[in-house]
Design a protein around this ligand. Sequence first.
Ligand SMILES: [Ca+2]
Length: 289
Amino acid sequence: MKIVKQLKYILMSNILFLIIACDRNLTTSLSHSVIDGEESPSSQVFSPLDYDSLEVWLDANDSTTLFQSSSCLTPALNQGDDVQCWLDKSGQGNHATMSVALQNPTLNLLDNIGSVEFDGIDDHFDNAHSFNSRTVFIIYKMDSGLQQATDLAQLWGQYSAGHLAPDARSVGFWSFDGNVSQQAIYSMSGNTYSPTTTGSSFYSWVYDQFDLVAAEFTNDVAITRQVIGSLTPTFSVGVHQFGGQISEILVYSDTLTTLEHQKIEGYLACKWGLQTNLPSLHPYKVICP
Ligand SMILES: [Ca+2]
């Protein structure tokens, strides 16, 4: 009887040992897979903040950055809501605001996952911000129902320093110089950059399509007043206005390597459903950064 009890004890101890051993192996392998996941560069999600020269990041897909009041207190969440404040996510405080009623753009959630719509009449943002800009990326749409054919339609910049502006007076033409002699190379849809120019239709904008435009200025554009949607104050509000939608704006104070700007193009194309527009050899044609 005593021998049987001892055998039972030995058997139970072994089973207990096996259970503990199995459990430890499971815990160890789970810990490993989590740590491996954190350490693997391929699992990192790209952010525009990964390049430290980011000066402006306006992102209409982030509803926490859009407000109906210029004091940035009342969220803009619904179709057609006023947007008097669009918070900059770069950390540099280069927010876009407009406190004049009816001159503020509005929220458009209809044909994209988020955009800020400018009426082509007087909507714009105008802020006294001082920073150097060198490389700019914008997701935008020229809207044939809103854009005045007589206008040079500034997306971003300062007319007296340099800007990124589709010109509706000559369909497809881009302007970079404003009323100075600023030059840039530029691309659309992730293509290779154009030759240096002050303005060109080397890559042409078209109406009613969201697209990605990128420009790298030859020299720093020293911004003292960031204007989005108008050529004011050089021209009165209403004289040259942008009519359409803007979904995202990224401005860097530095030049970027080919791999860096391709990564940003990939990030924007993935986010806004524009990967099919990228050229076939683009590194982010299929995968996302
Ligand atoms: Ca208006």
